[in-house]
Design a protein around this ligand. Structure first.
Ligand code: ZN
Length: 308
């Protein structure tokens, strides 16, 4: 099953790749499920049973306008992001691979967007790319075993953990959450795909391209902590709720790890994809002259005890 967020209403996605169409779930279920995505995840087990039997042909499926797609879980109670979860990426970042749970941080929900967007590069920012498999939780989980983890997953989607490296890495300790949460820095989509749709949900190819040039390509079977062990490990501390979002980490090929380093420039396009799910498409633009001028003036007018 595939589920899209269209104008903040949950929709079943039907049809073949390239000709996907949508059916509104609240309409199809006579108001039993939806209309929003959060309501859908909070009754996920019932949704699965209903979806297995529903006759989609009873309603006309409409063409999907990608500009109206939002993140598949647009207002999760919690967002987890995992760093250094592929050996090659840990090495290019100058770190040892983690042997215990990798670093866990958050991306704030205000940075969420749908799959096709224009993203503003903050003035003087070094904006980098990180394609990631994103997990959306479907069932509350606390202290669960790896063997039970997949049964707590509603589905998978494509995510970009867009990162501004200057604000992320400066200071006495890194600012992962803020450096990765500028507006539009967390695009996701194009829709959620349930785990049963994949031959092997633990082995999916993922990658991204800048203006058609491939910069990242990997497979999720290379995750140091695969999806089941991440969920089991997180749930030893926190309770995971339906709709919660987990960014699982990025493979090698980010800009900060290249020599010389490379960052996204105004006018460049970033296309990200995962096998069996779909694509994200981001176009980058410069911060407008006015905003930048105001920020520069603001900087000068404040006493700063630390370097800017
Ligand atoms: Zn990341």
């Amino acid at each position: 099953m595939r589920i899209a967020n269209i104008d903040n209403r949950a929709a079943l996605v039907v049809g073949e790749p390239g000709d996907e169409r949508a059916v509104d779930i609240a309409t199809l279920s006579d108001g039993r499920f939806g209309p929003g995505l959060s309501a859908l995840y909070s009754s996920w087990d019932e949704v699965r049973v209903w979806a297995a039997e529903v006759v989609v042909a009873s309603l006309p499926a409409t063409a999907i306008d990608r500009a109206r797609l939002g993140a598949p879980s647009p207002v999760p109670r919690q967002v987890f992001a995992v760093g250094l979860n592929y050996h090659d990426h840990a090495a290019e970042s100058g770190f040892e691979s983690p042997t215990h749970l990798p670093p866990v941080f958050t991306k704030y929900v205000s940075s969420f967007s749908g799959p096709d967007t224009e993203v503003t590069i903050p003035a003087d920012g070094n904006v980098d790319w990180e394609v990631e498999l994103v997990v959306i939780i479907g069932r509350e989980a606390h202290r669960i075993d790896e063997a039970d983890a997949w049964s707590h997953v509603a589905g998978l989607t494509v995510g970009q953990d867009i990162s501004e490296r200057i604000s992320q890495l400066r200071g006495p300790a890194p600012q992962f959450g803020l450096g990765k949460s500028f507006p539009g820095f967390t695009p996701q989509g194009p829709w959620l795909v349930t785990p049963d749709e994949f031959d092997n949900p633990d082995d999916l190819e993922l990658g991204c391209m800048i203006d058609g040039e491939e910069v990242q390509k990997g497979r999720t079977c290379e995750l140091i902590f695969p999806v089941p062990s991440l969920i089991a490990a997180l749930s030893q501390t926190v309770t995971l709720y339906p709709g919660d979002v987990i960014f699982t980490g990025t493979p090698a090929g980010v800009g900060v790890g290249q020599s010389p380093q490379r960052f996204l420039q105004p006018g460049e396009s970033l296309d990200s994809w995962i096998e069996g799910i779909g694509e994200l498409r981001q176009r980058f633009v410069a911060e407008s002259g006015n905003k930048k001028a105001c920020r520069d003036a603001d900087r000068k007018s404040h006493h700063r005890p630390h370097r800017v």
